[in-house]
Design a protein around this ligand. Sequence first.
Ligand code: SF4
Ligand code: SF4
Length: 99
Amino acid sequence: MTTTQVKIEEKLFQNRYRVDEGRPHVSLRKAEVCRDECTDKVCTHCCPAGCYTLDADGGVTLTTDGCLECGTCRIICSDHQNVEWWYPRGGYGILFKFG
Ligand code: SF4
Ligand code: SF4
């Protein structure tokens, strides 16, 4: 019997995401806290959707498109409490397909 291996990127591609323009459900409270006070910036490593990216100036950019609503960033930023997190409004956000 053969098994087919599916990469995580291929599984994520199956999801659909409806953007709520101008109303991101996750945001950074203070960008300067990320840039100046947070040394490990764990969000850039732990988000399964890669929503957090490191900037050249040491800051962090958050792009919520594709967010899986897992809540990891809210928990992982407990030292700085710098992530504002809500579920998206009804009809917006992630639509999981095929697991
Ligand atoms: S872990 Fe929190 S404070 Fe640190 S860079 Fe990420 S969002 Fe900013
Ligand atoms: S809730 Fe999960 S997928 Fe969404 S930005 Fe946070 S860590 Fe990434």
